[in-house]
Ligand binder design. Structure first.
Ligand SMILES: [Zn+2]
Length: 190
């Protein structure tokens, strides 16, 4: 009797141990932080201009901006063609060729780790060739806007910043990364 009581306690302890391990894993998965580099805009807002002839891709960029603005972490504000800090574009035939297998690309110019000018381009030829849906296109645009704010790639698939992301929209880890990026000074990466 004593022995079986003892065994019962051991079993219970192991069960609790397993439960703790599982909870630990779930927490670890959910908090794979989206990294960021040393560059950031001077403040948590910036002006943009959409530079594409396509009404469809203009809508995609607008929807991605709406999604990020809704998070409250950063504010994209429409600017003038001459002075906007961010240019959102679609690739020409020749640009598309030079982008290779990248469905989106973000180039930036910075001084002392402050972003001065950023250009994000959607490779529309490739998006169509790969059969991306409208929501896939939106996720690619949201990913590129993540780069414009200074975010890097998240190794986890549960992030809009996964390097080959297609399915995921903006996640909590991505919003937290932008908030932290604009709390920490330029020059400090995560
Ligand atoms: Zn990327």
């Amino acid at each position: 009797m004593t022995r079986s009581w003892y065994r019962g306690i051991i079993t219970a302890v192991i069960a609790v141990g397993l439960l703790l391990t599982q909870v630990g894993n779930i927490v670890a998965l959910a908090t794979t932080a989206t990294p960021f580099g040393p560059e950031r805009f001077a403040s948590d807002h910036a002006t943009y201009v959409i530079d594409t002839k396509s009404a469809y891709y203009r809508h995609i960029w607008e929807s991605a901006i709406y999604a990020w603005n809704k998070t409250g972490a950063f504010h994209f504000k429409q600017g003038s063609a001459a002075h906007a800090q961010i240019q959102l574009s679609t690739a020409s035939q020749s640009q598309s060729v030079s982008m290779g297998q990248d469905v989106g690309l973000t180039d930036f110019w910075s001084r002392n780790d402050y972003l001065k000018s950023v250009k994000s381009t959607l490779n529309t030829q490739l998006l169509q060739e790969y059969g991306y849906s409208q929501s896939d296109d939106l996720h690619v645009a949201e990913h590129e806007l993540g780069h414009t704010m200074g975010l890097g790639h998240n190794p986890s698939k549960r992030s809009v910043m996964y390097y080959r992301n297609r399915d995921e929209g903006i996640q909590k880890v991505d919003i937290q990364a932008v908030k932290l990026r604009y709390t920490l000074p330029a020059g400090e990466a995560s």
